[in-house]
Design a protein around this ligand. Structure first.
Ligand code: AMP
Ligand code: MG
Length: 512
């Protein structure tokens, strides 16, 4: 398949060099190389579903860098790609489907499925990476229930901004290739402009996909899903009767790492339901998510999370809860006695805290400039968090401020005004003296892990409001700033600050 396509490209080059103007293969196919391996699974896992055409497709945002990374022709897709990204045209080789899954939503099990998305297929890049290309907001599917299958421009632009911001921070995430306006209104409380997000993911297999398979009660289906998922995301796992356990352990490790990443940058996902947990370990389904301004461990942004189930501090424990649901779903695939299998899963699940703490400590130490590990390091970090909480300190700025304190102790830093900071600083400096680098070197190192720029809530809202009124200039500026989160530049000066103290609590709504 791959070499065949390369031959096509070569042919096109020859024709072009000879000066003959034709509708080239390159123009007809901007580099798509679809494979549809998910459709080889039993048909209970999906339904063949075409996107519903839209009135007037225009790309509002397009991700040139991502297109290039995927081996796609960015110049072509930036404008003409709107036909494919809107679902008006199906690219050659794509076999659109909606995927079935279930999930625990705020603790309650429900059958779900892609109610407003279709998977065009898996694009195989020139470097042989396989990624899902999904259209989110593409119309009704057999899983739509009473929903309209559509999405609104604002939330799709929001997902684009935050997911790309996460990627720039080095956090595994689904990516956004385009937001395409449909030229149609979508009825929510008011009629709102409709849009489709083209989402790129390692896959869209979720914990909920396994829950769905287990709920069907067919061992063969579940084993096929397991083997497929292992082949795609954990190909190094040996094929043995222990596969359900080794797979579970591998997923658990990725999730422990992912949630540690979130906790290190102050990210609150907002809807950590099991259907929003990717088996590949990417952050997925950006709805009412947001980043902390003022540090408080119990922060919740989502308007629907009134009980704080998915608050900032609860994310690790809720991830472990979600993993327990995955273990339950895998029981059916286990050989031998169920009690023994339960015991084995529980013993793996019990390693979650240890694994999470390991990743978290590596990260917190890096944030404090510590390369070696000592016994009191975790306490040093959590004591700083307590000081920050009491002072209502801005999460990200505090860590950048630590580098400034090392670079110039006499500079006017808000950190020095935080009650108990001076005492903490003395402890920190004693600890830093055990490191082999100079303070300036340490400060520099810290600047490579403590972002100056995160998607600030105020800036996101400001950019979204403008995008909703038809101008994406502020979104483009924000995206360009988010692209380099670790450098202080003139351009990003106005994007570094959190919400002014005393601002009303930030509230987010489910992205519909
Ligand atoms: P989400 O909150 O985006 O994770 O979605 C939860 C479930 O609701 C998924 O099954 C979605 O496909 C479905 N859903 C969300 N919005 C819509 C919509 N407008 N129409 C149909 N289904 C939807
Ligand atoms: Mg979801």
């Amino acid at each position: 398949m791959r070499s065949f396509r390369n031959q096509d490209r070569f042919l096109v080059c020859l024709i072009t060099a000879a000066g003959i103007i034709v509708a080239t293969e390159e123009q007809r196919n901007p580099g798509w190389c679809f494979d549809n391996s998910f459709t080889h699974l039993p048909e209970v896992f999906f339904s063949y579903t075409k996107p519903e055409p839209v009135k007037h497709a225009v790309n509002v945002l397009f991700n040139d860098d991502l297109a290039n990374d995927l081996g796609l022709d960015a110049d072509f897709l930036r404008t003409l790609g709107a036909q494919v990204f809107s679902g008006n045209e199906i690219p050659a080789g794509a076999v659109p489907i909606a995927q079935a899954y279930a999930g625990h939503q705020f603790g309650h099990f429900t059958n779900l499925g892609d109610g407003r998305a279709v998977l065009l297929g898996e694009h195989v890049t020139p470097t042989n990476r396989r990624v899902d290309i999904q259209l989110k907001g593409s119309g009704h599917t057999s899983y739509s229930r009473s929903g309209d299958g559509r999405a609104v421009l604002g939330p799709m632009v929001r997902e684009y901004i935050i997911s790309e911001g996460m990627h720039s921070l080095g956090i595994p995430s689904t990516r956004s290739l385009a937001v395409t306006a449909t030229g149609e209104n979508v009825l929510r409380n008011l009629p709102l402009p409709g849009a489709i997000l083209t989402r790129v993911a390692e896959s869209h297999i979720r914990i909920g996909t396994f829950q769905y398979a287990a709920a069907l009660g067919d061992k063969n289906n579940l084993c096929q899903l397991l083997n497929y998922t292992v082949g795609r995301h954990y190909p190094d796992l040996p094929n043995s009767p222990d596969l359900p356990f080794t797979f579970f352990q591998a997923v658990l490790d990725k999730q422990a790492r992912l949630v540690a990443h979130w906790m290190l940058v102050g990210f609150v996902h907002g809807v950590l339901n099991t259907d929003n947990v990717s088996i590949a370990g990417e952050t997925i389904d950006y709805g009412p998510c947001a980043f902390l301004d003022v540090y408080h461990p119990e922060t919740v942004f989502s308007s629907i999370d009134s009980r704080g189930r998915y608050s900032f501090e609860k994310q690790p424990v809720m991830t472990q809860w979600n993993l327990a649901r995955l273990a339950e779903s895998l029981l059916l695939a286990c050989p031998g006695e169920q009690d023994k299998a339960v015991e084995k899963f529980v013993s793996i699940l019990d390693t979650f805290s240890e694994r999470y703490e390991k990743y978290y400590l590596l990260g917190t130490n890096a944030k404090l400039g510590l390369q070696c590990q000592e016994k009191e390091d975790a306490a040093l970090y959590s004591d700083l968090l307590n000081i920050m909480k009491c002072s209502q300190a801005d999460f990200s700025s505090t860590f950048v401020g630590l580098s400034q304190v090392l670079e110039d102790r006499n500079a006017d830093s808000v950190l020095l005004k935080m009650p108990n900071f001076n005492h903490w600083e003395q402890r920190w400096r004693v600890r830093l003296s055990h490191e082999s680098s100079s303070l300036l070197e340490i400060a520099k190192r810290m600047r490579t892990v403590n972002p100056v720029i995160i998607p600030r809530n105020l800036k996101v809202e400001e950019a979204l409001a403008e995008a909703e009124s038809g101008n994406t200039e502020l979104v483009q500026r924000l995206l360009s700033v988010l692209h380099a989160p670790f450098s202080e530049t003139l351009e990003n000066r106005l994007y570094r600050k959190g919400a002014p103290l005393g601002s009303a609590p930030y509230c987010t709504f489910c992205g519909t």
